[in-house]
Write a protein that binds this ligand. Structure first.
Ligand SMILES: [Fe+2]
Length: 322
């Protein structure tokens, strides 16, 4: 339980709030500041930022203030959570942590024979490849040569702001190709794939199992009292360390609300920005691929000991909306 208590602190601060909600807030603001609504990249990314600022604002005003849910339901408290976010996100890199195949290698969980039944990895890889393929075709439609990139001042100014250090007014994202000086289509694809993948797949995996994980505190306690035992023969009454009835109810209610889906499934966009016929074909191809992936995941789940439907694309919202 103490281990899971520490894991819960990591999960809520970094896997969930830091890497998805707050990380994408900066990228969303920069995208709205630097790209016009008629820019092809804005049209590609726009649907994935829907409701993000609104849900983050709710988190700032209801979950994180002194005495709010994080203070009463998590051992870290809001202050500890923000400290963890600051420490963890100062090392987050788009080309490693935000690029799934590199992230799996970096965390040494990419070897299927050494680590079978890691359903997140196996399902997420299908989705990452589908998103990357979709983004590649879309980017190739609008950028025919490096000259097109060099001449696109909106795109260049956007990537520069994403990379610029926070102290200088930028978003401070590490690991953007060439420090934000995008030179080829692959550079644009890496950035756009990371944004779409993080707003949809990463957030879904981090968000929608909250009730299942947290609602029975003995399974995954977000809140524990006292300190871990230091000797093996320590006599402890477990009940003294677990949250009480009122706190447990608060944890159940909030994680239940946070596990609700509030946006359409991936590819079924609430707002349509793409009308260019060639681009519409690319979007439709992406939707067909997602249907195929949904079937693959459903058939995988028939033979899995513990079915994992969290990454069925039908159940992955387009954006971070809760
Ligand atoms: Fe969330």
């Amino acid at each position: 339980m103490w281990y899971n208590n520490a894991d819960a602190a990591y999960h809520q601060s970094l896997t969930h709030l830091g890497s998805t909600h707050l990380n994408m807030e900066g990228m969303s603001i920069s995208t709205h500041r630097k790209l016009s609504v008629s820019h092809p990249l804005f049209k590609l990314l726009g649907p994935h930022f829907l409701y993000l600022l609104s849900i983050n604002n709710l988190a700032y005003t209801t979950l994180l203030p002194p005495g709010g849910w994080v203070d009463t339901s998590m051992t870290t408290g809001a202050k500890g959570m923000i400290e963890l976010v600051g420490k963890g996100m100062s090392e987050w890199r788009m080309d490693v942590d935000g690029t799934l195949p590199e992230d799996l290698k970096n965390r040494r969980v990419d070897d299927v024979s050494a680590l079978p039944n890691y359903h997140y990895r196996d399902d997420a890889l299908l989705l990452y490849e589908a998103i990357k393929n979709y983004v590649t075709k879309y980017v190739n439609l609008y950028y025919k040569s490096p000259k097109d990139i060099a001449g696109d001042w909106e795109l260049r100014s956007w990537a520069k702001e994403l990379s610029l250090r926070k102290e200088k007014g930028g978003v401070g994202v590490l690991g953007i190709p060439n420090g934000g000086d995008l030179k080829c289509n692959e550079d644009i694809v890496l950035v756009a794939t990371c944004i779409i993948y993080t707003c949809s797949v990463t957030h879904a995996a981090a968000n929608f199992l909250q009730y299942e994980q947290y609602a029975f505190p003995a399974n995954y306690p977000s809140l524990m009292a006292g300190s871990p035992p230091t000797t093996k023969d320590a006599k402890m009454a477990i009940i003294d360390y677990l949250p009480g009835k009122a706190e447990t109810l608060d944890i159940m209610v909030m994680t239940n609300i946070l596990s609700l889906r509030a946006a359409n499934g991936l590819g079924n966009f609430e707002v349509q920005y793409v009308y260019d016929p060639e681009a519409v074909d690319i979007v439709n191809e992406f939707r067909a691929k997602l249907k195929e992936i949904s079937k693959t995941i459903q058939s995988r789940n028939k033979s899995r000991k513990h079915p994992y439907d969290i990454l069925d694309p039908k159940l992955i919202p387009n954006s971070i909306s809760i």
